[in-house]
Design a protein around this ligand. Sequence first.
Ligand code: TYD
Ligand code: MG
Length: 453
Amino acid sequence: MSKALVKYFCKNCGHSATKWLGKCPSCEEWNSFTEEVVQKSGGAKKLWSKSGHTKSEPVKINEIIEGHEQRLELPDNELNRVLGGGLVSGSITLIGGEPGIGKSTLLLQLALNLQKKVLYISGEESESQLKMRAERIGINNSNCYVMCETSLDNLLQYLQKDIPEILIVDSVQTLSSEAIDSPPGSISQIKECTAELLRFAKSTNVPVFLIGHINKDGNIAGPKVLEHMVDTVLQFEGDRHYNYRILRTLKNRFGSASEIGIYEMKGTGLREIENPSEILISEREDHLSGSSISCAVEGIRPILLETQALVSTAVYGTPQRTSNGFDLRRLSMLLAVLEKRCGFQLGIKDVFINIAGGMKLEDPGLDLGIVASILSSYQNISINKDIAFAGEIGLSGEVRAVSRIEQRISEAEKLGFKEIMISKYNKGIEQHQSKIQLVKVGKVEEAFEWLFG
Ligand code: TYD
Ligand code: MG
């Protein structure tokens, strides 16, 4: 009788070992090893073997003729954008996200909108549930096939007979291969299923989308393990209490990895938001203190959004700092700069920051707008609603230049702002190039003087 082959996997990075280890030698995480039975029946049989195996030979790099990557333009501009300009044939894209954020909706909607033969494999929902969702989205497409299947072997057998133009797998955690004894969702199953689908994609040139779950409890391997294997990793995120959803590129072998796509979840599926600025600054009241408009950049797209601050006297001994959508440590730094360099007594105040619309951004260009909102709330004087802000604050209170300033300026101009406050260190930006009035400052004090002085 053959003995079950047991292996140990790191839950964090997927490193495998033959014995249990306290600390992972690869990612140095402690206590991350779990035991899994990985006995393979009939050796390491490769299920996807249609194309056969050809031996590769080394070639000189300058003799390789550059094949034009075949890109398929999708009917979803936001998705095209995050994929770097369309879907590359034979690519494998992983979409991760918390439960209920809308991953299935996004891909079913794509399948319904595409004029191509799409096969949507669902291991989570029944056919009638998928039908219900399709009715909600409200598009009829006779080229969209769904299949409820959790066995990788059955799926690959079916694919031998009939190859779709696009394959969607919802989700990779529900698939399992008979070649491996551990349960679906375990690290070895996820790795094996992805490896098979990768072979399928590369040998048939069919693009594959995988949906991956992120689980907080850590029992099931998160898609982290897969990130090395796939070509593109997208993350679908958002706040449950808001309808906005952001699709972010985390890794992209075929394009930039700093793009975002913005959607709104509606009763009839996801709606692309082509001009996020108009929505994010539309709910603004005049003459309220503690609010300003910042011009941020995510990827290559400028986004205008409202940053709000509330500064109030601390009721308890330790002042509170709370931030929604802005890095808390960065907020502490900005407050320290305002205290030390400009003499504002913020150390005894509670400070709350909110980026309107549930957006979460990491652009340092938000600093100037955040500082303006904090000072406006501190002074209880509102900021003129025709001014936008774009600048990073340094530790000595200097306003630093930010990237893509031309795009920020033209976006603010396009949306009807009359003035934009920027750093005077942005090179080559002259007033005569734009109709919008440029307010150039070098230090936080100058910004304060200009706004409230
Ligand atoms: P779903 O795609 O099932 O999320 P995931 O696959 O990431 O778990 O989306 C679930 C949520 O989206 C659910 O709470 C209902 C909501 N929803 C809408 O608001 N409008 C719609 O048209 C659809 C299909 C879903
Ligand atoms: Mg789902």
